[in-house]
Design a protein around this ligand. Structure first.
Ligand SMILES: [Zn+2]
Length: 114
């Protein structure tokens, strides 16, 4: 399950920050996950429990912000929602666009610690 590897690097980054701030405990971690990032929130939650065990982040709340996928149509000068895939078709003018503006996010958005 590749969610474990993703979560390991996320928690590595969290623990590095926690140490840098001499934190005693991490309370909440917010991840931004794009709809096309290719990871399952359930998989991430499971991985989170496993990876944080015995660390400063054990028992912390994991919040996942889902980012919808959107592509940009140059002809319409507008964003439109994307269901999946790498090429999207503009619902207004039917032009094809590979200009994905959001949906691949896989990032640490916020960490709360004391
Ligand atoms: Zn268009």
């Amino acid at each position: 399950m590749h969610e474990v590897g993703i979560m390991e690097s996320a928690i590595d980054a969290v623990l590095r920050q926690a140490r840098a701030h001499s934190a005693r405990r991490v309370h909440r971690i917010v991840l931004r996950i794009g709809a096309l990032a290719g990871v399952e929130p359930d998989g991430l939650r499971f991985a989170f429990d496993v990876v944080t065990r015995g660390t400063l982040a054990a028992g912390a709340a994991l919040e996942i912000e889902a980012v919808p996928a959107r592509a940009y149509c140059a002809a319409c000068d507008a964003d439109f929602p994307v269901d999946g895939g790498f090429i999207a078709r503009c619902p207004t003018c039917s032009a094809l666009s590979a200009d994905l503006r959001s949906g691949r996010e896989l990032e640490l958005s916020r960490i709360e610690m004391t």
